[in-house]
Design a protein around this ligand. Structure first.
Ligand SMILES: Cc1cc2nc3c(=O)[nH]c(=O)nc-3n(C[C@H](O)[C@H](O)[C@H](O)COP(=O)(O)OP(=O)(O)OC[C@H]3O[C@@H](n4cnc5c(N)ncnc54)[C@H](O)[C@@H]3O)c2cc1C
Length: 390
């Protein structure tokens, strides 16, 4: 349920394994607002298994490195190179592909599979279950299924219907995404993924391909805690922010603005009976480090494999308990902890602690063993390998 990137990948994975799948999506078309783009190596491995990888790489941009900068001085502090992961994965790089492209790609593939149906414009309002089946209610329509995957995003109706608490907190500031054609790589000499620390306001810069593949940049900023949405979205404030990331006055034009609330929350449980939570329905986090969607896709893949074994009678349904037992702690340890640490690293105000953090990054980048260990964790490869062993 929910044809975002996680729901569509879950549906495609189940359909390719031969199961009858119905994907229900509230909206008439997939939301293309700028959210995830950074796709980590273990997620690329899954997309390869699903036969999507060539198209996915073709409509995105490949980024081998990411960089930390000190924004006020424009000093490059450290460069991390995914090529150090060669031998650990067939994909020692990230691919920056906008998440709506993945959802649309998976939905198109489902259209070619006889046992799959996609119902757009079908908002689910309730569900009922007994020990044999689940009934999903969407207006006048009712759908019955052996199992339901609730991948209906952070405000998940499924999670609410199941009465599952969404534990955690919401940050007081919001994140502003400015999409611009200004070429930061040419102007600053940075790469396609950059994290710029600044005690007064940080900026992250990412290049994406865009629907026209012509290339554009997303500049992500934190807002002030006391800044209203209206002020943050005002032309003057947006141009001032672009100025603070060294864009010359004549180039401070932009294509789109998006303002997001930011949370760190994990559902108390990832399953109730025959209904599972996956992706943002199960957990949300700040986007620094590009981990949220990636972890959701790992869950979708994992769950599809478990359901397949149970539905084909190859495993006892008790196997399904391993989903929450494995995925919830992995999300807390690898996604929640890392994204909070990433945010702190960018916003540190205390000068000595700031300098210490920069020194730590320089030391990590300079030491081949620690460099690789850092990337194993930051890319979620360590989490993916642990999931297989657990
Ligand atoms: C600025 C920003 C940048 C980000 N960057 C990254 C990144 O680089 N890498 C990364 O891994 N993550 C990133 N994220 C996080 C990422 O966007 C989310 O983790 C991702 O969207 C989760 O996908 P999902 O399919 O679980 O949920 P969603 O994308 O929210 O999709 C849920 C779907 O369910 C549908 N739906 C909702 N309610 C119902 C209902 N009642 N009935 C039927 N359908 C319903 C919705 O319409 C939607 O299509 C970023 C987030 C933001 C805000």
């Amino acid at each position: 349920m929910g044809a975002g990137p996680v729901g569509s990948v879950a549906a495609l994975a189940c359909a390719r394994l031969g199961h009858t799948v119905t994907l229900l999506e509230a909206q008439e078309r997939i939301d293309d607002s700028p959210r995830a783009s950074t796709t980590q190596p273990p997620t690329l491995e899954i997309l390869a298994e699903l036969g999507l990888i060539d198209e996915y790489i073709r409509v995105g941009l490949t980024a081998r490195t990411f960089e930390f900068w000190d924004r006020p001085t424009l000093e490059r502090i450290a460069v991390f190179d995914f090529d150090r992961l060669r031998g650990e994965t067939d994909f020692p790089f990230v691919v920056q592909t906008e998440q709506h492209k993945l959802a649309n790609m998976a939905i198109a593939r489902l259209g070619d599979i006889a046992n799959a149906e996609v119902a757009m414009g079908c908002p689910v309002s309730d569900l009922e279950q007994d020990e044999n089946q689940v009934t999903v209610i969407a207006g006048e329509r009712r759908f019955t299924a052996d199992y339901v995957i609730g991948a209906d995003g952070g405000r998940s109706t499924v999670r609410k219907c199941l009465g599952i608490e969404f534990e955690g907190y919401t940050w007081p500031e919001r994140f502003l995404v400015i999409t611009t054609k200004f070429d930061f790589a040419a102007a600053l000499g940075c790469c396609f993924r950059n994290y710029m620390a600044d005690p007064s306001e940080w900026t992250n810069l990412f290049k994406v391909a865009g629907d026209d593949l012509a290339g554009r940049w997303r500049a992500v900023f934190n807002t002030r805690e006391d800044e209203s949405d209206e002020e943050a979205l005002s032309d003057a404030a947006v141009r001032a922010r672009l100025g603070r990331v060294h864009v010359p006055e004549k180039d401070r034009n932009y294509l789109h603005l998006n303002l997001y609330n930011v949370h760190q929350r994990v559902a108390k449980s990832f399953r109730k009976g025959r209904v599972f939570l996956c992706g943002d329905a199960a957990h949300v986090n700040n986007p620094i480090g590009g981990l949220g969607l990636n972890s959701g896709i790992h869950e979708a893949w994992d769950l599809a494999g478990l359901l397949d074994q149970v539905l084909k009678g190859q495993a006892d349904p008790v196997l399904l308990d391993s989903y929450e037992r494995r995925r919830r702690p992995l999300n807390i340890e690898y996604v929640q902890e890392q994204t909070v640490a990433n945010k702190k690293r960018l916003e540190e105000r205390e000068p000595r602690e700031r300098a210490r953090r920069f020194d730590e990054l320089r030391a990590l980048a300079a030491d081949p063993v620690r460099h690789k260990a850092f990337l194993m964790r930051a890319s979620l490869l360590e989490s993916a390998r642990r999931a297989v062993r657990s």
